[in-house]
Every structure is written in structure tokens, then in C-alpha cells.
Design a protein around this ligand. Sequence first.
Ligand code: ATP
Ligand code: MG
Ligand code: MG
Length: 549
Amino acid sequence: APASSNNFIKTIVTEDLKSGKVKEVVTRFPPEPNGYLHIGHAKSICLNFEIADEFGGRTHLRFDDTNPAKEDTEFVESIKEDVAWLGFEWERLTFASDFFGEMYDRAVLLIRKGLAYVDDQSADQIRESRGTLTEPGKESPYRGRSVEENLDLFARMRAGEFANGEKVLRAKIDMASPNINLRDPVIYRISHAHHHNTGDAWCIYPMYAFAHPLEDAIEGVTHSICTLEFADQRPLYDWVVRECEMDCTPHQYEFGRLNLTNTVMSKRKLKLLVDEKVVDGWDDPRMPTISGLRRKGFTPEAIRDFCREIGVVKTNNSVVDDKMLEHFIREDLKLKAPRTMAVLQPLKVIITNYPEGQIEQLEAENNSENEAMGSRQIPFSREIYIERDDFMEEPVKGYHRLYPGNEVRLKHAYFIKCENFVKDADGSVIELHCTYDPETKSGSGFTGRKVKGTIHWIEATQARPAEFRLYEPLILEEEGEESESFLDNINPKSLEKLQGFVENNMKDAKAQDKFQFFRHGYFNVDPKETTGEKLVFNRIVSLKSSFDA
Ligand code: ATP
Ligand code: MG
Ligand code: MG
């Protein structure tokens, strides 16, 4: 894999290896299996895997499954698929829940050391008593419980003697600390819930802030990379590793989250879109999920290049123009995707001076920027389809395509001239009558006269029906304006379906094959909706870029 761009985490890793602080870099990607991965996760995946790759280290894929109520094996499977699809191989696959036994033992150790106690206060009471930035916290009336009493109560919590919320285990640190995270954080809670991995073995579950540093230490992670909102938790992370007397000392480093313009990125909101059936599942091409991007037609290369380009900063959460992601898929497909023709909104054209019943084969190059892709044969006959908006009965100023009396070039074929048109009872144009000039055949070197417009077309008798799906942003507001009413801002034009035709050459096109359709952009064969009868194409991106890299 190509080297990642430089960033502050690489600098730290380089120094740690040089000084001998670590022998081998070990990173982890730790998703919670409560949804599908999105493009923001891709940034974290690339960062973790590429750093380890580059320094000959290893990366673990770890499911942070300490919250049984929201987690599901469907999400576990999709996450594995997406990480692998992005092109990364994990050295170990672990579940936080694999370590519940050891975490419990470490909590008991804290109790023995007088560093943890069982609190009977309610969640609200605890939250209130922890104070604010300007006001110190108040100690719990249960803070002074003896080690013996705490050991007994914690064992009974585990045994299932208490209901949800009746008791918690708290670390005993400092209720006056300027860092609220250190004001006796809750480290275990009761939850009588079925867990996707451990079933009903446990009814107490460790909190993230306690579990995460232990998971890292148990697995021998050296550099635990997370997003900025965890910066305030770093002192607690270090406290847990130290006081639990772990053999390995991982360190936490924070970087800025990725946000994209016009894109909802929180898993909670994405889940709402799925549950409310605003979209057709987590892999709807309008979703910023890895599976949605894949189905739309994005490639792993484009996503990885994008993640490298946006870089890694420690100071702020970046908001990146979504056009930039599009730039990278254009770059990736430019020389790879065959360039063929598709008519999205067909209008029939009769070429009146072309012999009836005759079909000729014309040569068409497959990629004008990549000769190695060769060429193909396309049929031409008396009846073709062109794009509806390539004809205007009364042309506006500057319109160089077909109108009565005007001549255009048909890509890979001949010049045709519009002689006449037919309207239906409603007054819409349903057919054009044109003539062609045999002298003007593409590749013949004809220089007799010039035309200003070149349009695409499909021979009518062999045209293959196809559906084209064009996308616009799903949400009309920009991400960042955290609005709870985002469901009211769904873009009614986020999906447009058009029925048209592609070349007969497409008969062997398979799910996920990608093409550049002349003038229309890059398209992907939809893996879910395509049938033997009809190909369905998702537009990945149009041709024109308004983003300058
Ligand atoms: P969300 O808020 O979207 O639910 P999360 O952080 O709760 O995301 P996790 O499953 O816990 O989701 O994330 C796994 C890893 O991916 C974490 O290390 C997290 O920091 C990282 N991550 C999540 N979202 C982003 C993002 N937008 N940019 C960069 N990294 C992210
Ligand atoms: Mg999380
Ligand atoms: Mg979350």
C-alpha cells in the first residue's frame, strides 16, 4: 500500500520506536457494533491500519460491545465485510466482551485497594452530585463503605440480586478534580439484557471509560487512537491502566473527527433514517455508509485516497467538502472504466435516408484516455434513440444540438440533420426525422464542414432497457447544524429514477461493474435491483468537477 501522508501520530510512533519505548506498533480499530460503518469510520480505519502497516506493526479489529441493548451480530458482520472491502487485514479479531471476566477481576482489585465503591444513588443523583466546571462535586453518602461491604455488594450485583439502576460501581478518585471525568466515574452498571456474544452470562456491564483502556492493555495495544471528544478522558484512561496494574501501558492519542458537508454522519441519525424507512436500508446509495458508498459505486481506492488527502489533525474536527470525495472516485475510474453510451431519457430518431433493415457495425474506442482498453463494435441503423434534451423545437441562444435544420455529430457515427419532428396529441415531441451524410463517417477523415454539437445515441432495435438512478444529497441542511428535526429536511429530489437504454454490449455487465457514460458521468451496476431483464445503474458522480484538488 502507498505510504500515508505525514501526520502527528506518525511522528509520535517514529519517536517511540526510535527511543525504544515500544518494540512494535500495535493499533486497533474499535467500532461499537450498533450500526454500519460510515465514511468517518473509514478515516479512523485508514489511520490505524496504515500506521501499523507502515511500521511493520499490527492492527486488531475489536468490537466494543459493552452496551448489550443496542448491539447486534448483523452489525458485527457488516463491519467485518466493510473493513476487509476497504483493503485491510486485521491481525486479531476480538470482542470487548471476551474480556468481561478479566475486567470484573480488575474491578475487584480496585475495590480491594479502596479505589472503588458501590453506590446506591440513582443515575440522576449521581449526575447532579458530580458538579460542574465551576462547582466541585459532592461526595456520595455511600463513598465510605468498607472494602468488605463493597466486595459483597459487587458480587451480589453480578449474581443478579438487584434491578437495573439500583446500584453502580464507581471508581473512587477525586470529587473535587477540575476534570469532571475524574469525579468518581461509574465503571459498572446493572443491565439485565441479553448480550449478542455472552448471552445471559452477565447482568453487569463495564462502562466504556473503564473497559476501553483495559481492552487496549489486555491486547497489548501501544497507540490507542480515538477522536477528540475523548481528550478529557485521557487522565481517566491512564488512571485505569495504572491502578488496575496492567502489564502493558497503552497510550491514548486524539485526532479530529471527519465531517462532510451535506452529510449526516452520526450513527444514531443514520439508524433513524433506516428505521423510519426514509432510505432503502443501511446500504442505500444515498447513505454515507461504507456499504452505501460501495453500492453507489465508490471504490476502496477512492475512499483510501480521500482519507489520505484530508489528513489527520489534532486540533479540530474538520468539515470537508463532499465534492472532494467525488474528485477521488473520478480520478480512480478515469482510466479504468469503459466509456460507453447510455440514453437516460430517450427520444426516437428515424434516419429517413438510411436503408431499411440494414444494420452496420461501427468501431468505438473503449477509453479515449487509455488505448490499452481497446475498442468495441456498436450497431447503427435507421432507428436510434437520442437524449430528449438534445432536441429543441425552438432553440435557445447558444444551443448547438438538434433543432429543425441543424446538423450534429453522432458520437462514433455520422453527422445527422434534423428535417422534421412528430408530436403526439398533447403536443410533446415523440419522434424526429433526420437525414445522415455517409461521407461524414467517424474515422473517415471527413473535413468538408464542421458541426458544433456532438451527441450520444443508441441503436433502437438492439438497445437494452436500463434504469438510471440519479442522486442528490439526502438532507437539505448542512451537517454541523445539529438539528433534531433533520427528518423534516429530507430532500424530495434525493433520488430520481429514469428509464432509458444502454448499448447491447452491456448484456454481460455484472453487479458492481462501473462505466463512464458519455456526457452523463460514472455509473455502477446496482447489485440489489438489477435483474436479468433490466439493468439498474446508480450514478456515482457526474463528469464535471467543481472541486479543485
Ligand atoms: P458515531 O458518533 O457516528 O456513532 P462513534 O464514534 O460512536 O460514531 P464507534 O463505533 O465508537 O462510533 O467508532 C469506532 C471508531 O471510529 C472510533 O475510534 C471513533 O473515534 C472513530 N470514528 C467514528 N466516527 C468518526 C468520524 N466522523 N471521523 C473519524 N473517526 C471516527
Ligand atoms: Mg463510540
Ligand atoms: Mg456514537
